[in-house]
Write a protein that binds this ligand. Structure first.
Ligand code: FMN
Length: 180
């Protein structure tokens, strides 16, 4: 069986955290957002809201949203903040997550690298949660649940593709769950 182009895309996508300073073109940005807007949603509510950030000072502040795990974002030329209106979606985390994965795969298909930075459920410090910090910074209302930010840019690090024979096939159960 020959691998499809889509399978190759899945196999070679890895989280990229080191980016060149090259800006993302308008055309690339448009394709990234078109991909997000084609993601499926619960009851077809399409309740997502995407904030596309390119201003260096804003990205720098966003990268400080957590004590660890977000600092690398400082050097990303583009960050897409992915949120969903919690009053309109019955599955807002899932809706945001699928759109985020679509953005990441579209980015990879264009030779761009990306990495997810978790917002929902994380703390900036002992008193401020990450979501409130990002919300205040970008002027987003309380009705929006912010799930993550996708940092995107031209990769300056190489990550190996997945090796098919090393995938965790023990996670796959036939017909019913079997303890392994
Ligand atoms: C729900 C979720 C949250 C994540 N949060 C972060 C994060 O906050 N910071 C980060 O650097 N990477 C984050 N990642 C990226 C993972 O660390 C990465 O996907 C994982 O290590 C597997 O590596 P790969 O994407 O190269 O296959 C997150 C990924 C997911 C799916």
């Amino acid at each position: 069986m020959t691998n499809t182009a889509f399978f190759e895309l899945l196999k070679t996508r890895r989280s990229i955290r080191k980016f060149s300073s090259e800006q993302i073109s308008e055309e690339q940005k448009a394709l990234l957002m078109k991909a997000a807007l084609m993601a499926p949603t619960a009851k077809h509510c399409n309740a997502w809201e995407f904030v596309v950030v390119e201003q260096t000072d804003t990205i720098c502040k966003l990268s400080e949203c957590r004590p660890t795990g977000s600092q690398f974002m400082k050097h990303a030329p583009l960050v897409v903040v992915v949120a969903v209106n919690k009053e309109k979606s019955t599955a807002w985390v899932e809706d945001a997550s699928i759109a985020s994965a679509f953005i990441q795969l579209q980015a990879h298909s264009m030779g761009l690298g990306s990495c997810w930075v978790q917002v929902n459920g994380r703390m900036k410090d002992e008193t401020v949660d990450t979501e409130s910090y990002v919300r205040a910074l970008l002027g987003m209302p309380e009705t929006l649940g912010i799930v993550c930010m996708i940092a995107i840019g031209r990769p300056v690090e190489h990550k190996n593709a997945f090796e098919e024979d090393k995938l965790q096939f023990e996670k796959v159960h036939n017909e019913r769950y079997h303890e392994k």
